[in-house]
Design a protein. Structure first.
Length: 238
């Protein structure tokens, strides 16, 4: 497979974005990353990002050759205008709107806008992001239609062709683990379990077979269920 030129990965330090980073490193000759500090409750995800980037070349030397600059963008305004369980000490529940209280309105739209601006400046047309419609919490900004609309908006608004890739859009968490195994083998799975962060409460104390987390928040439960489903399928096929 011939490599494409360059990509910018929206890299939070979570499982999904780390799998997307590996996916990009297999397909692009140069891969940059961007993370966002919006005063999120689980800001520990920002702390794990550098170590994950440092460890990726240990999986494959070619990943180290292709992994390039990292960017961190502060978006304090997002926390100022949000009243959610990810930006406040609030209960994680279902709101009157029918959406989880962890939904941060406009978050992915803002992320993609800033990522597009960075990509424009860096001469990059490919954006890679971990949004998923199959295994999500009802967030409207994770839907395929939303991402496609943002791709059109970025292309029109900057007068430059952008392509937004979402490798996980139509697969669940178990299939994400399977994709990670296919891309990077056991070493990459070990990195995902030991280094990535998913827990909404920022728990890096309690370690489970599926990784660190409180074990109770929706993000932890989704990851735990996906890991168990993947392991069960893997053992059955072994």
């Amino acid at each position: 497979m011939s490599l494409l030129d360059s990509a910018l990965v929206l890299f939070s330090g979570g499982q999904d974005s780390t799998v997307c980073l590996a996916w990009a490193l297999e397909r692009f000759a140069r891969v940059e990353t961007v993370g966002f500090d919006y005063r999120q409750r689980h800001a520990v995800e920002l702390a794990v990002r550098p170590r994950i980037r440092e460890l990726m070349p240990a999986i494959f030397a070619r990943w180290g050759e292709r992994l390039a600059d990292d960017h961190v963008v502060r978006i304090d305004a997002l926390a100022e205008i949000s009243d959610t369980a990810l930006t406040r000490e609030a209960a994680i529940d279902i709101a009157d709107s029918g959406l989880p209280t962890t939904f941060v309105p406009g978050r992915n739209l803002i992320f993609l806008s800033f990522a597009g601006a960075i990509a424009y400046r860096r001469g990059i047309k490919h954006l890679v992001a971990g949004m998923c419609e199959t295994d999500f919490s009802g967030y409207p900004d994770c839907r395929d239609d939303t991402i496609k609309a943002m791709q059109v908006a970025l292309t029109l608004g900057m007068d430059r062709r952008f392509a937004v890739h979402t490798p996980l859009m139509w697969i669940d968490k178990a299939a994400t683990f399977a994709l990670a195994q296919a891309i990077g083998g056991d070493k990459f799975i070990d990195l995902l379990l030991a280094e990535t962060h998913t827990c909404y409460l920022g728990d890096r104390v309690n370690r489970h077979d599926w990784g660190y987390g409180c074990g109770q928040c929706p993000a932890c439960r989704l990851r735990a269920q996906g890991f168990a489903k993947w392991k069960a399928g893997w053992k059955a096929g072994a």
